[in-house]
Design a protein around this ligand. Structure first.
Ligand code: SF4
Length: 285
């Protein structure tokens, strides 16, 4: 629970505040950039929410924060400020994040033949209740080990199969992909190995529309470009670039990462943008 006595020094007056235990995961700033801002490696409220929509998103940020360091005094959470939130058709942002995943985002996909969870949310009762109302979770697909925390708990609750690449193995996985080839998880859901960030990193392409990119690719809203995490590349940056080259033949509409911003604007542009990015990075070597 957020502690008013440890409020960030730059925090604006008002009921909303962030305390100094913030881990700088960026989740709240993604939800409400109008309200939350970065200072050093912390976050503060630059001004209180000014509209009902900002208020709703600020309440989402408060619930999403992995270390519960956002406070709101005296207000009441609107009913519509509830996770998960829809992103596009049958894709939902689970929202509730964990310290262990450094605020990594996870996603719920409503699918014929059983619903899918991509990476692991906080196993909050409200989320689990909603998953149950949607028919539960048949498969948990893990992009890499950084974002698996508590997947075992959710998997146990719903009797889900838990998938990961063997090069990034976790003890509680029930199913493992092997080798370097892509695999159809089930109709419309394809797993593609993209070693680089970790040796066993994978991405998922669903219905040729959504690319769930884990920590292998994200969108930078400041530059308007796609990018990979060179400073947080644990296995091999050259392999990461090679993986992006393989990815650059795919056409998808959305890039949906674990960290960093989502973008819905890459219909036919993904191959060209990725090729451009890789060429730029290779020149920097
Ligand atoms: S979500 Fe919480 S931990 Fe993450 S940047 Fe915001 S205040 Fe900090």
């Amino acid at each position: 629970m957020a502690d008013r006595s440890q409020v960030h020094a730059k925090n604006a007056p008002g009921p909303w505040f962030v305390d100094t235990t913030c881990i700088d995961c960026d989740v709240c700033r993604e939800h409400v950039p109008e309200v939350f801002a970065r200072a050093g490696e912390g976050t503060y409220v630059k001004r209180p929410p000014a509209t009902p929509d900002e208020e709703r998103r600020a309440w989402l940020a408060l619930q999403a924060c992995p270390v519960a360091c956002i406070g709101s005094e005296g207000g009441k959470r609107p009913a519509e400020a509830t996770f998960p939130v829809p992103i596009d058709r049958d894709v939902w942002l689970c929202g509730m994040t964990l310290r262990e995943t450094f605020g990594g985002q996870s996603y719920f996909l409503k699918r014929p033949g059983g619903n899918i969870l991509i990476d692991s949310p906080r196993p909050a009762g409200s989320l689990h209740k909603w998953f149950t109302s949607q028919g539960g979770i048949a498969d948990i697909l893990l992009t890499h080990p950084d974002d698996v925390a508590k997947a075992d708990e959710t998997g146990r609750k719903f009797g889900s199969r838990i998938w990961i690449h063997e090069a990034d193995d976790v003890a509680f996985a029930t199913d493992r992909w092997r080798g370097k080839g892509e695999a159809e998880v089930r109709p419309g859901v394809v797993m593609l190995p993209v070693p680089g960030h970790t040796e066993g990193s994978v991405v998922f392409i669903v219905d040729d529309t959504w690319l769930f990119s884990g920590d292998s690719l994200a969108w930078d809203e400041d530059t308007g470009e796609l990018y990979a995490f060179r400073d947080f590349c644990w296995h091999s940056w050259p392999e990461q670039l090679d993986s992006l080259v393989r990815l650059a033949v795919k056409k998808v509409r959305w890039v949906i990462p674990g960290h960093g911003r989502r973008t819905p604007r890459h219909a036919d542009g993904l191959p060209e943008e990725l090729a451009r990015y890789v060429a730029k990075m290779r020149k920097k070597r």
